[in-house]
Write a protein that binds this ligand. Sequence first.
Ligand SMILES: Cc1ncc(COP(=O)(O)O)c(C=O)c1O
Length: 410
Amino acid sequence: MTTDEPGGRRLVFMTEQKLSPETLAVSAGRPAHEHDAPVNTPIMMTSTFRGAGTVDTINDKVYARFDNPSWNGLEEVIADLEGASLPGLLFASGMAAVAAVEDLVPVGSAILIPKHAYMASISIAKKLERRGITEVIRIDVDDTQGAIEAIEAAAAARGVTAQNIDYAAPQVLLWLESPTNPMLEVADLPALIEAAQRLGVVTAVDNTFATPLLQRPLQLGADIVVHSATKFIAGHSDVVLGLAVTNRPEIRAVMLEHRSLNGAIPGPFEAFLGLRGVRTLALRMKKSVQNAQVLAERLSQHPAVEEVRYPGLPTDRYHERAKAQMDGFGAILCVVLKADVAQTEEVMNRLHLWTPATSLGGVESLIERRRRHGSEPVSIPESLLRLSVGIENADDLYADLDQALTLLTD
Ligand SMILES: Cc1ncc(COP(=O)(O)O)c(C=O)c1O
């Protein structure tokens, strides 16, 4: 059974049974259950909607910069997967979603952001800082106590408490990303989110790497979750999209206004691809995570490899924490080679199956030397390769890596 509500058709059930994520990924966000209704959300190619008279800003669509029914299916699916009561918001890209969240902060505010978060998310915060709007405070999620002390200091300096918190214009925004890109550090989400709640600090979590199948930060008390839906959610490296989701109507309203005013909107066809992609998210994640575990184990025995960073390895620094707070260890792993820059690049040239490319989360395996980006911090080793593990056969993927790595061992 479904209900029709403004902004979405959320699944409503006659039983109390909680649906599993793999069911929600397939079943949520469908058109109304009516005779002759399409099974899939149609692509609606229109820039405007018929209407006259006074505009009802809640119920009228009016103009396709404000809303497009093509977006609503994916907005509902993400809300259901993340356990949110309000539909998510679909954006033109992950960065458009990130910008909508960081733009919440008013003059005099602080954004606390991890030192190894996705570099463009840090750049947006720094841009706000250059314009005199906010102060950027870098935290190290490897040091939970130190990070909590930084949150306490930022909240105290601005006089915010759990009693006077302004969700729509937070004085202190805690930005978290876990696992971090590309170092795969796992933040202690329960401890950091609990501290933020206690101190009147709004928390946003970039859940791109984990996906809601492995981790649901809103259920831990985070206020906002963002995704680069370009990655696992769409899953086929054929579209750029972003999502933001929250349980707080006041935050959603400001992010919606940001999207409408800035025109940070996805095209209807891109929204279709995102929704089509999310239908297979559970199957894709399962296979990619299995493959990543196999590769991490084998690569950690390889003589050309200095270090494997993957929370699924029992020897990994974040293994126990990831086990406690995630439902799987993810499909991204990093290897640091015993090699210089030229040798690392040559290893990649010798690969046949793996595609050297930035981005992640598609069905095909991608590999990238992250320091090729001048903006990556020097704390990332030059010979660190980030592997986005796809759904191919794990033996084939390993064999390709192994033959390329002979460059370093022969
Ligand atoms: C963790 C993370 N967040 C956000 C983004 C930005 O997403 P998009 O490229 O869709 O704008 C990326 C892109 O790589 C990412 O890896």
